[in-house]
Design a protein around this ligand. Structure first.
Ligand SMILES: Nc1ncnc2c1ncn2[C@@H]1O[C@H](COP(=O)(O)OP(=O)(O)OP(=O)(O)O)[C@@H](O)[C@H]1O
Length: 338
């Protein structure tokens, strides 16, 4: 059997603080197959960005990987010397950031920024690199690319700049794109266009995608499989359709019920009360228990590990066996507090 393009096992990232240590990523495991689009979703601060950045060796100081294994095509690359590891990761993956304005060099023409990798890393001539850049601009939907090649980032709209960032990410011919909230700064129409470009890359160029977003709607439009993160851990994973129709973790359930869905009649929107736990302190039970509408005493002792919860699905919930009744239980709870 062909191994997945990317496998991450038990990744831990810590951030040393003046008087404590923030355990920001706590044993994340995930896989992305070739040409697969996978979403990593969760609320702000759940550790999504650090997970993604750790994969490319781009952690912000003072964050650092404490332990974990990264495999590419089944080969454990974690033990490689730092320089070779970075090269191996960079040969396989590229990253797109949320803020295209700071990601781009303000004093360099956008076309030259796209042509840079073909010129310097792929050994192309100036003319060839320029032609590759123009083709990439066309591929990501930038009309009139020869003219726009000459423009500087501030002369383009936010949506166009994000397309330039996607073209730069593609210029190293990656097999996987890591995208961190790539559309959060864009308005809804432009967001849909940029997500369309990412979908098209998967279909036509067979480029895999690992997309980070706090927005379930964004990952639902783009990805076929999801990992849901809460407090530095993956609490649920599975096929997108299964996961949104039959969530197997109360956090996913609450996330889905906190978003109005015009296609689905949800009797009542759920508010996720409270805050995520302080990850500088040891946890005594399930990290979601203090906010969980279905928690019982057993949930407050020991943190549950992910267990199989259906075909290709994992859930880190002790009450997963009651999942089919969660909607009724939530309605009952809402009724009793009305
Ligand atoms: N450079 C840093 N210094 C200190 N704390 C940090 C740093 N970067 C991230 N953190 C903390 O680590 C935790 C996880 O951050 P991370 O950025 O991965 O979350 P996220 O799920 O991507 O959320 P967001 O979308 O808000 O970035 C948060 O508590 C955050 O405050």
């Amino acid at each position: 059997m062909t191994p997945p393009l990317l496998e991450v096992h038990d990744l831990h990232v810590d951030i040393p603080m003046p008087h404590a240590r923030l355990h920001a990523v706590r044993g994340v495991s995930l896989t992305v197959g070739a040409a697969e689009s996978v979403g990593l979703v969760g609320e702000s601060g759940s550790g999504k960005s650090l997970t993604l950045r750790a994969l490319l060796g781009l952690l912000p100081r003072p964050a650092r990987i404490v332990s974990g294994t990264i495999l590419i095509d089944g080969e454990d690359v974690t033990g490689l010397p730092a320089k070779r590891l970075r090269r191996r990761l960079a040969d396989t993956m590229s990253m797109i950031f949320q803020d295209s304005l700071t990601a781009l060099n303000p004093v360099m023409r956008v076309g030259d920024q796209i042509a840079e990798a073909p010129l310097r890393r792929l050994g192309k001539s100036r003319g060839e690199a320029r032609a590759i850049a123009v083709d990439l601009m066309r591929e990501v939907g930038i009309a009139d690319p020869e003219r726009r090649y000459e423009l500087y980032p501030h002369q383009l709209s936010g949506g166009m700049r994000q397309r330039v960032c996607i073209a730069i990410a593609l210029s190293t011919k990656p097999r996987l794109i890591l995208a961190d909230e790539p559309t959060t700064a864009l308005d809804v129409t432009i967001q849909a266009q940029v997500l369309g470009v990412l979908r098209q890359l998967k279909q036509e160029e067979h480029v895999g995608l690992l997309l980070v977003s706090h927005d379930l709607a964004v990952v639902s439009q783009t990805c076929s499989r999801l990992y849901v993160m809460y407090a530095g851990k993956v609490v649920e994973s599975g096929d997108l359709v299964d996961l949104v129709t039959e969530p197997r973790h109360p956090y996913t359930f609450s996330l889905l019920r906190s978003v109005p869905d015009p296609d689905r009649r949800v009797a009542r929107l759920l508010t996720i009360h409270g805050r995520p736990p302080d990850l500088t302190q040891p946890l005594t039970g399930c990290s979601f228990a203090p906010r969980c509408p279905f928690a019982e005493d057993a949930c407050r002792v020991g943190e549950p590990e992910p267990v199989p919860a259906g075909t290709g699905r994992l859930s880190a919930c002790r009450r997963v066996d009651t999942a089919e009744r969660w909607t009724a239980m939530a309605e009952e709870e809402a009724g009793s507090t009305r």
